[in-house]
Write a protein that binds this ligand. Structure first.
Ligand SMILES: NC(=O)C1=CN([C@@H]2O[C@H](COP(=O)(O)OP(=O)(O)OC[C@H]3O[C@@H](n4cnc5c(N)ncnc54)[C@H](OP(=O)(O)O)[C@@H]3O)[C@@H](O)[C@H]2O)C=CC1
Ligand SMILES: CC(C)CCC[C@@H](C)[C@H]1CC[C@H]2[C@@H]3C(=O)C=C4C[C@@H](O)CC[C@]4(C)[C@H]3CC[C@]12C
Length: 226
């Protein structure tokens, strides 16, 4: 009985957790063909690369970030790669009215929305917490509140299309790491909001999926080592 409790039961728990959380491998690129997708923070890094993948799969893409010149180039490349259409709206996610405006743009120019990919992050520092409450507030607005604002305004369209919300988060949004205090706080907030909302959708039979992506370090060329 002792051995059963110490080894077999935790092992069974691990197997069940692995089975429950592993994704089924039924993805086909054609699934994204013709789909109307918003990608935020798509002027550089992971967002830019997601836009190119969607372009190769033939989606209608609406991208956003602050730097217009970079967005223009990403749109051109998306069209070369085979996007059904590609357009951008530039502005800052510090402004909730702008966040909502991006969603409105999808409604007017694409006639609806199938997927909302929330990926942008504001600039933070990586070091001991410096006590700057104003910075935490600003980062929460960019990394969290604008995600909430966009989700709220996109929900009617996503319910209509039975679409998806994809939230790009981090291991720092699941576990506390040193030197990432403000950033980590904003990512934990995303988990609280979206994991709870997913449960409500399940209870209410709302057919909109919510995927929280928990990423480790991804080398986007910005920093050579961490
Ligand atoms: N790279 C990594 O190692 C990891 C990344 N992640 C997550 O992946 C996602 C993408 O990260 P990554 O590609 O590295 O980040 P980048 O810094 O390369 O890209 C951030 C994007 O957000 C935009 N952005 C920044 N500030 C604002 C703002 N105020 N308003 C609107 N847009 C803004 C930037 O464009 P612009 O400056 O033109 O506005 C840019 O397009 C993030 O959510 C991040 O937390 C998670 C774990 C690890
Ligand atoms: C098993 C563990 C020891 C793994 C530790 C993982 C640690 C090292 C991972 C988890 C989350 C990661 C950070 C992150 O989420 C986002 C960014 C922003 C990007 O612009 C620059 C890199 C940075 C700071 C990542 C740095 C590496 C972090 C801290």
């Amino acid at each position: 009985m002792g051995r059963l409790q110490k080894i077999l039961i935790p092992f069974l728990g691990l197997v069940l957790a692995f089975w429950f959380y592993s994704a089924r491998e039924n993805f086909k690129p054609e699934m994204l063909k013709g789909k109307r997708v918003i990608v935020t923070g798509a002027s550089t890094g992971i967002g830019e690369q997601m836009a190119y993948h969607l372009a190769r799969m033939g989606s209608h893409i609406l991208i956003t970030a602050r730097t217009e010149a970079k967005l223009q180039k990403v749109v051109e490349r998306c069209l070369e790669l085979g996007a059904a259409s590609a357009r951008y709206v530039s502005g800052t996610m510090e402004d909730m009215a702008f966040a909502e405006h991006v969603v409105k743009e999808a409604e007017t120019s694409l006639g609806g929305l199938d997927m909302l990919i929330l990926n942008h992050v504001g600039t933070s520092y990586f070091g001991y917490f410096n006590g700057d409450v104003g910075h935490v507030r600003k980062l929460l607005e960019i990394n969290f509140l604008s995600y909430v604002a966009m989700t709220t305004s996109a929900l009617p369209m996503l319910k209509e299309s039975e679409g998806s919300i994809v939230v790009v988060s981090s291991m720092a949004g699941k576990v506390g790491f040193p030197f990432t205090v403000p950033y980590s706080a904003t990512k934990f907030a995303l988990d609280g909001f979206f994991s709870s909302l997913r449960q409500e959708f399940s209870i209410q039979s709302v057919n909109v999926s919510i995927t929280l992506c928990i990423l480790g370090f991804i080398d986007t060329g910005k920093i050579s080592a961490v």
